[in-house]
Design a protein around this ligand. Structure first.
Ligand SMILES: [Zn+2]
Length: 177
């Protein structure tokens, strides 16, 4: 099957996911690619952040991933290894190396896509909405968002609030180091 093209000008969301594997069981990039191919006929995500802090590019940014229903044509998918604790319960299992690598990756992507907003998968609305409306909704304080049904998944087990300093509203003040 041929991969759908992704127009860089349409990229407005950098969507963070977890693999949802137990954090004490390594999940290789080959396993991740095989999962995507079995489910969707292609690799699902653009970048994989391992527990070691290694960042593995999986898909070129010029093709669409299959990671967020209704929003694949306007986003890149970033996934971190883990998301379940040893007992198999949803948890933020990121290592310090992984947190650092994820931050640096997102920082670099926000430079390449200055209009894109970082968001956790489960913060997205469940239904398709115009992207400008989604961005407006996400830019509000979570307590002031209307109660739209959201993606019913514990993914990625932390809030994108953590990346407030990388979001479009904060970026104009950012120095260009
Ligand atoms: Zn997800």
């Amino acid at each position: 099957m041929s991969l759908k093209k992704l127009n860089p000008e349409n990229v407005r969301l950098l969507i963070v996911h977890c693999v949802a594997n137990k954090c004490n069981k390594p999940f290789t990039s080959d396993m991740l690619i095989a999962c995507g191919k079995a489910k969707y006929g292609q690799c699902s995500y653009h970048y994989y952040v391992r527990r070691s802090g290694d960042v593995i590019p999986l898909l070129p940014e010029s093709v669409q991933g299959v990671h967020a229903r209704h929003y694949n044509d306007c986003s890149l998918g970033i996934v971190y290894e883990g998301g379940l604790n040893e007992k198999g319960q949803p948890a933020d299992t990121r290592t310090e190396a992984q947190k650092h690598a994820l931050y640096e990756l997102l920082k670099s992507l926000t430079r390449d896509y200055p209009n894109a907003r970082i968001v956790g998968h489960s913060e997205l609305p469940e239904q398709r909405m115009p992207i400008e409306q989604v961005l407006d909704w996400l830019s509000r304080d979570p307590s002031q968002r209307s109660q739209l049904p959201r993606v019913a998944k514990d993914c990625p087990c932390f809030q994108s609030q953590e990346y407030q300093d990388l979001q479009p509203s904060s970026r104009s003040d950012r120095d260009t180091d």
